[in-house]
Design a protein around this ligand. Sequence first.
Ligand code: ZN
Length: 195
Amino acid sequence: MHYTPSGGWIELVCGSMFSGKTEELLRRIRRAEIARKKVQLFKPTIDNRYGLVRVASHDGLAREDAVVVCNAEDVLRRLEVDTEVVAVDEVQFFDETIADVCDHLADRGLRVIVAGLDQDFRGEPFGPMPLLLARAERVDKLHAICVACGASASRTQRLIDGRPARYDDPVILVGGSESYEARCRNCHEVPGKPR
Ligand code: ZN
């Protein structure tokens, strides 16, 4: 943390799946809490369940309660008056309005920490991430390890029944089993991707 502006700012943690984004987000939250800052963590609903959920790192050691919201405006609605740090996990699932909400909060003097996938399984920019990447004061791209060759992985490989998902495979899969793994640019496969 070398960028220490006065007032508010936006910091973005991004990367592929398994790159440790949530762990890094939770680490920053813990440090803010040690500094006695009032922190609120939000995440988007994925199946229309709301309320309070627990966000945990993959190893399960770090955890934090999160407010589940259905859209970006809900972050403003659920914001408590004394909150100083706003954290958002899985920020790629919001629409582009989230970039304005983050800007608004930073303009009001809050520290905004957002974490999300920068690319979808096709290797293309994910939802609002380009806007957030442009507006953030600080950006950290984390890398996983490519399970195919051991290099640094920047991409998320989607597999359907063990084979690379095609470019035009539906995002919501009905039947079949899907899984994800981290891959580098060379090992990332998207059959049918237009060139
Ligand atoms: Zn590789």
